[in-house]
Ligand binder design. Structure first.
Ligand SMILES: O=P([O-])([O-])O[C@@H]1[C@@H](O)[C@H](O)[C@@H](O)[C@H](O)[C@@H]1O
Ligand SMILES: [Mg+2]
Ligand SMILES: [Mg+2]
Length: 247
C-alpha cells in the first residue's frame, strides 16, 4: 500500500512487526510511550516528550523490502528527557546487530565499532538517499547538493536505501559520512547514538545541533568532514515530525 505518496510504501509486514515490538515492550514497561512509524501513519501523535519513549521503525528500507533489494533493517531507539539512551539496528539480511548505549560504546554483533579516521573529504565515500519526495523543487535541491558533494570531488557517493544502515556504515568506518533531508525520527533515533558512540559527530544540515524531529541530518566520522558537507548542502526544511499538520 502507499502512504503520503505513490512512492511512500508500507506493507503488512511493517505493520505486523511494529505491533509485535510495541506489544512485547508494553508487557514489560506499561507506562512507557511509543513513536512508531506505522502508528503515526495511522494517526497517533508524534511528539517527543521527556517520558521514556521507544522510537520504532519496524522496517527501514521498505522500498528495498518490496523489491527484494537486500538491505533492510529494524531500528529501535529509546529516549528519556529527549535524549537517546540506547539504540539497536538489526540489518536483517546481513544478520548484523548494531547496538549502542549512551557512554558505553557501539557494537556490531558484540564487536566494538569505530568510525573512519579519514579527515580528507577527497579521500572519502559519502552516503545519502534521494528520499520519498518527488516534488520537483525538492528533487532539484537534492540533486544540486548531490552534485556539489560529488564534485568536491569525493571518491564516491553511495546509498543502501535505508537511513539506519547508512548510519551503521558510518559507525563501521565504511563511509565517512551520511546526510539526508526528509528522513523521520524513527529512521535516525537508534542510528544517531550508534554513530556518536562509535566516535562520530551529528549535526543539522545547516551546521547547527542535530534536532531529531527536524527531518534533517549529517552524521560523520569527524567535525571536519561534517562541516565540509554542510557547505555543499542546499538546506531546506520539510514539515517537522512534530508539526501537527505534516501529513
Ligand atoms: O520508509 P522507510 O523504508 O522506513 O525509511 C526510508 C529511509 O530509510 C530511506 O533511507 C529514506 O531515504 C526514506 O526517506 C525513508 O525514510
Ligand atoms: Mg525508515
Ligand atoms: Mg519504515
Amino acid at each position: 500500500m502507499t502512504k503520503s505518496s505513490s512512492v511512500d510504501l508500507v506493507t503488512q509486514t511493517d505493520q505486523k512487526v511494529e505491533q509485535l515490538i510495541i506489544q512485547s515492550v508494553k508487557e514489560k514497561f506499561p507506562t512507557h510511550r511509543f513513536i512508531g512509524e506505522e502508528s503515526v501513519a495511522a494517526g497517533e501523535s508524534c511528539v517527543l516528550t521527556d517520558a521514556p519513549t521507544w522510537i520504532i521503525d519496524p522496517i527501514d528500507g521498505t522500498t528495498n523490502f518490496v523489491h527484494a533489494f537486500p538491505f533492510v533493517a529494524v531500528s529501535i531507539g529509546f529516549s528519556v528527557n529527549k535524549q537517546v539512551e540506547f539504540g539497536v539496528v538489526f540489518s536483517c539480511l546481513e544478520d548484523k546487530m548494531f547496538t549502542a548505549r549512551r557512554g558505553k560504546g557501539a557494537f556490531c554483533n558484540g564487536e566494538p565499532l569505530q568510525v573512519s579516521d579519514q579527515e580528507d573529504i577527497k579521500q572519502s565515500i559519502i552516503a545519502t538517499e534521494f528520499g520519498s519526495s518527488r516534488d520537483p523543487d525538492a528533487v532539484d535541491r537534492i540533486f544540486s547538493s548531490l552534485r556539489n558533494v560529488l564534485c568536491i570531488p569525493v571518491h564516491g557517493v553511495r546509498g543502501a536505501g535505508t537511513a539506519a544502515i547508512n548510519m551503521c556504515l558510518v559507525a563501521s568506518g565504511c563511509v565517512e559520512a551520511y546526510y539526508e533531508i526528509g528522513i523521520h525520527v524513527w529512521d535516525i533515533a537508534a542510528g544517531s547514538l550508534i554513530v556518536s558512540e562509535a566516535g562520530g559527530v551529528l549535526m543539522d544540515v545547516d551546521g547547527g545541533p542535530l534536532d531529531l524531529m527536524s527531518r534533517r541530518i549529517v552524521a560523520a566520522n569527524s567535525r571536519t568532514i561534517a562541516e565540509r558537507i554542510v557547505r555543499e548542502i542546499d538546506a531546506f526544511g520539510p514539515p517537522r515530525d512534530d508539526e501537527p499538520l505534516r501529513r
